[in-house]
Design a protein around this ligand. Structure first.
Ligand SMILES: NC(=O)c1ccc[n+]([C@@H]2O[C@H](COP(=O)([O-])OP(=O)(O)OC[C@H]3O[C@@H](n4cnc5c(N)ncnc54)[C@H](OP(=O)(O)O)[C@@H]3O)[C@@H](O)[C@H]2O)c1
Length: 320
């Protein structure tokens, strides 16, 4: 499909990942139908500033729970990138998990799948998450997690990890529908996504880094699994363009302990109010993006991701 001028749909166009995906798709000459919930809202203003946006980007008002609105956006598209999903900044902020997180993720995905089948799209690229595979207490501790690992839904429920549950249920649904209908589906499972923000609102994963720079006294010295948002956008396009892409792919670039991450930040930006204490935790999982790299994906150095993130937060006044 590479090189052809084709129309694709991106759901949740105003979000952190989707904004970079749209920018990259436009730069590669795609026509893009992007769904947003409230067209005209200032939070989507950045989309119209992208190169080629005036001629090649069309915004559609759509909510994941409103099938007809999704159907209009998907109509005429060869590919669909289903990116939209609720991403709460912490489980404590979720009062009604079923309504706020699970339903939009699962029912929303069913709607986008149905619309894609009806519109006869050639490939459906789903943005899942490492959250859909990492919550699995039965996985052998000494074995690196790969794409065969799935989060245990019951475990997610009992530990009230609604986001992990929503992504696991949604991705299962996507792969089930693909089996039954023949829809060509590829699923990308990113870990914690960092990198420069294009949108004016702060998303949950960027908040993780902003909080480190603003310094809680104490943090857990957990192993962090990081990938740059621009490399996620590249992975999604690769998943769409490569005919041989199939199944799910872990999208991970760097594994680093929180203390080492803070040390890296400190070496470039010594003056922020970093955490002072790091409590040790028992490490449970490791994972690998070997499958995605075999498809031709590569990633930038962590230092570039961190510097570009901090510079974009500074510009947006998020660190004042
Ligand atoms: N960031 C990460 O670390 C990370 C890691 C792994 C996977 N992911 C996945 O990547 C995707 C994008 O996440 P992100 O980090 O870019 O978060 P984000 O900036 O919060 O974007 C989420 C998007 O979903 C849209 N959305 C939520 N509920 C919706 C609904 N009912 N109808 C229509 N749109 C709805 C939001 O629309 P509004 O703008 O209208 O609110 C927003 O555009 C998600 O599927 C997430 O699970 C993210």
């Amino acid at each position: 499909m590479a090189g052809e001028k084709v129309t694709v749909c991106v759901t949740g166009g105003g979000g952190f990942v989707a904004s970079w995906l749209i920018k990259l798709l436009l730069s590669k000459n795609y026509f893009v139908h992007a769904t947003v919930r409230r067209p005209g809202d200032a939070k989507y203003a950045h989309l119209s500033t992208f190169e080629k946006a005036p001629e090649n980007l069309r915004l559609f008002k759509a909510d994941l729970l409103d099938y007809d609105s999704i159907r209009s956006a998907v109509d005429g598209c060869v590919g669909v990138f289903h990116v939209a999903s609720p991403v709460p900044s912490s489980a404590d902020t979720v009062l009604n998990p079923e309504v706020e997180v699970i339903e939009p993720a699962v029912k929303g995905t069913q709607n986008v799948l149905k619309a894609s089948l009806e519109a006869k799209v050639k490939r459906f690229v789903f943005v899942s998450s490492a959250a859909a595979l990492s919550m699995n207490p039965s996985w052998p501790k000494d074995r690196v997690m790969d794409e065969t690992c799935w989060s245990d839904k019951e475990y997610c429920r009992t530990t009230k990890n609604w986001y992990c549950l929503s992504k696991t249920e949604a991705e299962c649904e996507v792969l089930e529908v693909a089996k039954g209908s023949g829809l060509d589906v590829v699923s990308i499972c990113p870990t914690l996504v960092l990198g420069p923000v294009l949108q004016s609102t702060v998303n949950a994963s960027s908040l993780f880094l902003i909080r480190l720079l603003k310094g809680p006294e104490s943090v857990e010295n957990k192993l962090r699994f990081i990938v740059d948002v621009r490399d996620v956008a590249e992975a999604l396009i690769l998943a769409f363009e490569k005919p041989e892409a199939e199944g799910r792919y872990i999208c991970l670039a760097h594994m680093i302990k929180t203390k080492s991450l803070v040390d890296m930040l400190k070496s470039k930006y010594p003056h922020y109010n970093y955490p002072k204490n790091f409590t040790e935790v028992q490490e449970e999982v490791r994972m690998s993006s070997e499958k995605l790299q075999r498809l031709g994906w590569s990633y930038r150095p962590l230092k570039d991701t961190l510097i570009d993130s901090v510079e974009s937060y500074r510009q947006a006044g998020l660190l004042d």
